[in-house]
Design a protein around this ligand. Structure first.
Ligand SMILES: CSC[C@H]1O[C@@H](n2cnc3c(O)ncnc32)[C@H](O)[C@@H]1O
Ligand SMILES: [Zn+2]
Length: 445
């Protein structure tokens, strides 16, 4: 076995326990071979036939650190890092129509690659190993995912409003074609989805055609749903049904599907999501910044809905740090439920790890023998993390992305001692800054 061993740290286990254990990774398989004494076969690591090497080919020092599953950013538009700080302090609809969509109309594939590199760099630095991305020029985003060594579920975002029938149909076909073409790329680290932007920005006929074809090809569906009342009300007015009932009627409410936001959901919609097994990606920072509302996270979890966390794009957040999302989700969840015990620390940590992996249908999210070797080591010896009464509390409420020391995905070390190994950080930053400045110049012309 080509072994990577993460030594000397405390390990967050799937049941919430924290144990002092080394983690042994089988780099060829990209999986966790053992956690302390536990091995894949259930035998003790020190039994001769447990097949664990006594010395590792590579070690990562986790002394003073907490080994956690790699974080999952389950909804973003990663190349929107180029628009970070470009347009703030507006609600969703005018923000998109007046600022974001005109700027995106000027984006080139090269810009999208530069923005994606910057976003993936930011995510690796803050312990995120997997993300879901809805955008354009997804072949360029896939190339970045491949080079950077992370995992992703990628899809071309479809918008048909304002397009003639031929262009709208071509957009749907492009999303399906991209999903088929990119699935399994990057040695299987890339999976895909059909991604209509939302139930209001894609016309009914195109939704029906696209969803039917996605189902036929066994491709999951990802869309923005129930984000604002401005999006929910027209559906109710025009159709006499709520958005999640509409999605169900379209055939878009499946067990492999995951919807972003889910802010304005009534009880019947929560029940439909739970019955269907469709996951919701909660994006608390974006929901607060755009004043979209407070998602019923505790009610969703109580109903058995899988809830994940997403940053949304950097233009509505304005970073891609899932630690921020955990803290925001816990805080906002309490306000939404009017209950300080709602959405506790352990819940948001679960949402950022196993919940995210389950929502996206990607491996990872748990540190246990046999699981994908996707993990991060968080330094616990910083002043703002002292003392450590409860490491899980610190993950949710006090830690920051900059506390991450090492990041590993699929058994490969992506960041060691805060140095990202798979991307040239200075070059990525310079390229993205230049692309963003040129973009803004073009938009202003
Ligand atoms: C068609 S590709 C994705 C599309 O979504 C836009 N977008 C970014 N943030 C949000 C959000 O919070 N709600 C809805 N749409 C959003 C992004 O700018 C792209 O145009
Ligand atoms: Zn979004």
């Amino acid at each position: 076995m080509n072994a990577l061993r993460v030594t000397g740290g405390r390990v967050l286990r799937p049941d919430g326990r924290v144990t002092e254990s080394d983690v042994t990774i089988d780099r060829d398989a990209g999986t966790i071979a053992a956690v302390g004494d536990e091995t894949v076969s259930g035998e003790r690591a020190d039994d001769a036939d447990a097949d664990l090497p006594s010395t590792a080919d590579e070690t990562l020092d986790a002394d003073g650190g907490l080994v956690i599953p790699g974080l999952v950013n389950a909804h973003t538009h990663v190349a929107m890092t180029l628009l970070r700080g470009y347009a703030d302090d507006k609600p969703l609809d005018p923000w998109l129509r007046e600022d974001i969509w005109p700027a995106e109309a000027e984006l080139t594939p090269n810009d999208i690659e530069a923005g994606a590199e910057l976003g993936v760099l930011e995510m690796i630095r803050s312990g995120t190993t997997a993300f879901a991305d809805m955008y354009f020029a997804m072949d360029r985003v896939a190339d970045v995912v491949d080079r950077a060594g992370v995992r992703a579920r990628l899809g071309h975002g479809v918008v048909t409003v304002g397009k003639d029938d031929a262009d709208a149909r071509a957009d749907v076909e492009e999303s399906l074609a991209v999903a088929k073409e990119l699935d399994g790329a990057a040695d299987g680290r890339i999976r895909t989805a059909f991604m209509p932007h939302s139930l209001t920005t894609v016309g009914e006929a195109f939704l029906r055609e696209g969803v039917a074809e996605a189902r036929e090809a066994d491709i999951p569906i990802h869309l923005h749903a129930n984000e604002t009342t401005d999006e929910v009300d027209p559906i109710v007015d025009e159709r006499g049904e709520r958005p999640i009932a509409y999605a169900e009627e379209l055939g878009a409410l499946g067990a492999d599907d995951f919807f972003a936001h889910g802010v304005h959901l009534d009880g019947s919609e929560i029940d439909r999501l739970a019955d269907a097994g469709t996951a919701v990606v909660h994006c608390p920072a974006s929901n607060m910044k755009l004043a979209s509302g407070m998602a019923p996270v505790q009610r969703l979890r109580d109903a058995g809905v899988t809830v994940a966390l997403g940053t949304d794009g950097a233009a509505s957040n304005n970073d891609l740090d899932v630690f921020d999302e955990m803290r925001d989700a816990a805080m906002l969840g309490k306000l939404a439920a009017d209950d300080a015990s709602a959405v506790p620390a352990a819940a948001v940590v679960e949402m950022a790890t196993a919940g995210g992996a389950d929502a996206l249908g990607l491996p990872g999210g748990r540190i246990e023998p046999g699981a994908a070797a996707d993990l991060a080591v968080v330094d616990l010896d910083a002043p703002h993390l002292t003392p450590v009464h409860d490491p899980v509390s610190h993950l949710a409420y006090a830690a920051r992305g900059s506390d991450v020391r090492h990041t590993v995905c699929d058994g490969e070390v992506l960041m060691r001692d805060r140095e990202v190994l798979t991307l040239d950080a200075d070059a990525v930053r310079e390229r993205a800054a230049a692309a963003a400045n040129d973009l803004v110049d073009r938009v202003g012309e």
